[in-house]
Design a protein around this ligand. Structure first.
Ligand code: FES
Length: 72
């Protein structure tokens, strides 16, 4: 059984995706594919010049968002 895709949301940074993944645009066109050995970073700060991928711009923009589990 293949390993599940792992998604990690970094404090003040991108979303990391590890595992085989294909990224599509809203029209179903493939933007990029990654195998199980590769790691993908998606921008969540809105400042990347390579959206939807992170280009490290979050470091220069002061993007600040901590991710914590919701209280039950
Ligand atoms: S999260 Fe890295 S550029 Fe937006």
């Amino acid at each position: 059984m293949p390993e599940p895709v792992k998604v990690t949301v970094f404090d003040d940074g991108p979303i990391e995706i590890q595992g085989p993944v294909t990224v599509y645009n809203e029209f179903g066109k493939v933007i990029a594919t990654y195998d199980e050995e590769e790691t993908l970073y998606l921008c969540r700060c809105g400042h990347s010049n390579d959206k939807p991928f992170c280009d490290g711009s979050h470091d220069d923009t002061g993007f600040c968002h901590k991710v914590r589990p919701k209280e039950e």
